[in-house]
Write a new protein. Structure first.
Ligand code: KIV
Length: 263
């Protein structure tokens, strides 16, 4: 059986083998991912792929706690990070209250917070109070309404400098790792070279210390749109639809249940 990682071994993985992170939202899939994933992220992306909402902004703490509990139950031998949803960390006190709620009610090993320089004080406060924090810089899905859309970061030298400042601030605040999302690959690589904690990329190229993908994207279950950085490792939606169609046909034609499936 694999050895469960912790914040120390995650930090120590820097410069060695890339970290494998994947999102998980329930016990069923978490159990299936456990063998191959180093880290499971209960991302607020569940608000889109599972709850059918248009973005992550309306996810609630209750929702995240419910899903995190389930993931921890399904994959008790894997490091689990719970995404702090929008509006639950507007200041350091509120952030600590809500992160403690996550720790109290789930077995999550860490929380994730979106933001760089502007969230450094909050990250430092959580860290000082015993909460393990994964940072998240670059394209910030929770800022989508404020920014008017999703946009790749690091295209100008000003943006590249700002990203580097964000990365340094998150590192110095005490985060044990950080997600870098939607960033030009050369900038993401430069960030990874300049910080001592693992940088886990999503849409950030291969010059970083690990990768994360949203599971419903990489399994081809979420069909609405596929960003350029997503590789589909299976055609999940087609397989599911085909199986359900076959079931429906067999029910209608009374082929199912056969003798084999009857008491
Ligand atoms: O919510 C999520 O799934 C995430 C990943 C995109 C990193 O934050």
């Amino acid at each position: 059986m694999k050895k469960k990682m912790n914040t120390a071994t995650i930090r120590q993985s820097k410069g060695k083998e890339p970290l494998v992170m994947i999102t998980a939202y329930d016990a069923l899939f978490a159990r299936l991912f456990e063998e191959s994933a180093d880290i499971l992220l209960v991302g607020d992306s569940l608000n889109m792929s599972f709850a059918g909402k248009k973005d992550t902004v309306s996810a609630t703490l209750e929702q995240m706690i419910y899903h995190t509990e389930a993931v921890c139950r399904g994959a008790s031998n894997t490091f689990v990070i719970c995404d702090m949803p929008f509006g639950t960390y507007p200041n350091k006190e509120e952030a600590l209250k809500n992160a403690m709620e996550v720790y109290r009610r789930t077995d999550a090993d860490a929380v994730k917070i979106e933001g760089g320089v502007e969230k450094a004080e909050t990250i430092a406060y959580l860290h000082a109070n015993g909460i393990a924090v994964c940072g998240h810089i670059g394209l910030l899905p929770q800022a989508v309404r404020g920014e008017g859309g999703y946009r790749v970061k690091g295209k100008s030298s000003e943006e590249a400098l700002a990203l580097m400042r964000d990365a340094k601030a998150v590192e110095e605040a005490g985060a044990f790792c950080m997600v870098v999302e939607g960033v030009k690959s050369e900038i993401a690589e430069e960030i990874a070279r300049n910080v001592s904690i693992p940088v886990i990329g999503i849409g950030a190229g291969k010059g970083v210390d690990g990768q994360v993908l949203v599971f419903s994207d990489m399994l081809g279950l979420f069909e609405e749109f596929t960003p350029k950085f997503v590789k589909r490792y299976m055609s999940g939606a087609e397989l599911v639809k085909e199986a359900v169609k076959q079931y429906a046909n067999e029910v209608k034609s009374r082929l199912f249940p056969s003798e084999e499936h009857t008491y």
